[in-house]
Design a protein around this ligand. Sequence first.
Ligand code: PLP
Length: 398
Amino acid sequence: MSAPKGRGERRDQPQPTRTSTKDRLRYDLTGIERQYDTLLEELPGVRVRFALKACPVDEVLRTLVAAGAGFDAAGPAEIEQALRAGAHPDHIHYGNTIKSDQDIAKAHRLGVRTFATDSVEDVTAVAAHAPRARVFCRLATSGDGALWGLNRKFGCAPDDAVRVLSTARAAGLVPAGLSVHVGSQQMTGEAWQQALDTLAGTLTALAGRGIVPDHVNLGGGLPALGYLDRRGNPLDPPLDKIFTVLREGMERLNALAAAPLDFVLEPGRHLVADHGVIHAHVVRLTERTQPDGGRTRWLYLSAGKYNGLYEMDQVTHPLVFPGRETQEHVPAIVAGPTCDSDDAYGGGRYPVRVPRSVRSGDPVRILAAGAYASSYMTQGFNGIRPLPTECTREEGHH
Ligand SMILES: Cc1ncc(COP(=O)(O)O)c(C=O)c1O
């Protein structure tokens, strides 16, 4: 029950006030450009459709458009943002299999002509509200090997994909492609291998029905390199192996396809995670006896799960304490500033090493924080404002 209000106390909602103006989420646009170039060097000829949800920051989107990327959009609002960033509608697809009639119609009005689908119900709605559009059918994957599986809610079995794309053709749509998403921060080459096997089998089954897709969308899931696991150890994803599996898989699919295939990728975190840093500050380092009788240090930071580090229970982020790097370090559990106990690195169970001398107000840099940080932020939980974003560029780079 809330306490009775005192006389003269204001009854309107408190405005968020607590984040220091110095806290911010800073993107390195030059780093993002380099990451994009490296991806295309590894997978030549692939069309990149950046999963905008991972970083809906206008300057980042404009940078990617200038580099040649298009966008995977999750709905009309993201399509509008992609258009504002300068993307051509032909380079934006509606990549969400979950969409209302209104969403489909709006996307179509905005000029988008390529839609993801995974059910007869959805593809029938696309035919009604985006006549003659191109559709690609998302195949289910297990999600094994990924930190976020993205399975069950999306994607269909190969038999269903044949049914969905046959329905599309009969309804006047173009059955243009197949897609997969092997799960976000996918840590194994085997997951792509399995997905490529499923794609190969489905392309063959489609050919039996006279359906010849013009592209395969290999989805997102490419890992970022800078995360630590819950215990603070580097995750170390086998990126080279993943690229080899993808290159060989694309060759194999092209060899069995009845017509040459274009390949699309929808990377999100791989392009931006390692190029975003949260500039935050230390709230306090404390030491208390825990219920099990042990003494534990807790380091509370001004940024946590609800203002930029939503993924902090799966991955942790390297921390830099400027000026304190060489000082004595002690184990402490790192946590955000809110009243929620899940606002803690690694579920609040695994200490990492931090400088013993840190003081309230000290700056801290939280690395590898560029993916899903600006989009997964609450609007004032505990009175904490969303972090403002800021973009920088290396001098001489445009
Ligand atoms: C359809 C789709 N494509 C791409 C992505 C991007 O995934 P990632 O950030 O793992 O690359 C997502 C993420 O949820 C997605 O839903």
